[in-house]
Write a protein that binds this ligand. Sequence first.
Ligand code: NIG
Ligand code: FE
Length: 403
Amino acid sequence: MPNATDRRLWRDISVFDGLRTLPNRMAVITEGAHIIALSPMSEFDEQLADNCTEMGSRGVMTPGLVDCHTHLVFGGSRAEEFEARLEGASYEEIAKRGGGILSTVRATREASEDELLRLAKPRLEALIADGVTTVEIKSGYGLTVEDELKMLRVARRLGDMLPVKVVTTLLGAHALPPEYKDDSDDYINLICKEMIPAAVAEGLADAVDVFCEKIAFSVEQCERVFEAAEAHGLPIKAHAEQLSNLGGTAMAARYGALSADHIEYLDDTGIAAMREAGSVAVILPGAFHTLRETQQPPIASLRTAGVPMAVATDANPGSSPLFMPTLMLNLACTLFRLTPQEALAGMTAHGATALGLAGKGLIHEGAEADICVWDIDAPAELAYAVQPGRLRQRLFQGVLTHG
Ligand code: NIG
Ligand code: FE
């Protein structure tokens, strides 16, 4: 028999199950790390309440949030660049003169693994305090084999020390490091022949990502990285069509990409390729907002095509220094006209799919008890108001970590 504290019961609660808001007010029971009962309040069998810890009533239950795109391990700050952009410099101009991603690369290379861990921990704690139970963390500010592995080790350590599932992504092809200036193909060779194998050997990478853009790597170069990832059995994803339309998304889809991310400049060919491949469109309103982008991602066409849309913070020091997932729900709605339900599905069920974790980010009988309970009356309120402090309870793998 499970002991009394092992079973938890919520009554008369509104449930967003990861894809939709359930029509009835619900009773939910967890036991250990799983949800074992989910039923409309009107059909609730009171006998099931025996041995349960009463967790309260009213409010809204959602799956734990899934932030499927972050770069939260980094050294330094880009506040000066923020000011330069306000004075008119563009993200590309700053990158071309050695600032931008490369400025973070310098600071990240200088920092020790412990120092990076110390800097990243409060950033991840901020995401956790806003409801995140699964987070993806990319490398991409090391750009040497050792510095990329150092970043990934920090990501793994964060997952060991905090109550959150961390998925790691090797983003060696994020920017061309200065040592390889004019030799970008040689750097791609390094990624394919040394970086990916080394990350695989240490079990540090769950996926491989690239930045396919004029200021980063060409479609052909990204394709070589994907071939190497495929040879090592790693799934792939891409930063693509963020600043221009190079066709990186369609190429990534040919490699069965889990996701294409940003995609402001995505065209119909790219959308068709994503639909065909089952790739998730990861919408990053924080970067759109921070860079004062004006090109909207093709939300209506993605919706019509049935391409699932995820929403993530893209938390990073340059294009999205925003460490608040629920703010992204709001921005996805206000900037891109996602419905609040679409935004929430984007940060639960579809966010999980973008990480190859289909089945996570859902509430149903048998699902993992990664759960948030919010002090609101309807799920849409999570996107409607930007208001910290509404997380009433958070369970990670059945363990109450908040509330
Ligand atoms: O997702 N697009 C490229 N990479 C990051 C930005 C990283 C940075 O500016 O430091 C992004 O926006
Ligand atoms: Fe990114």
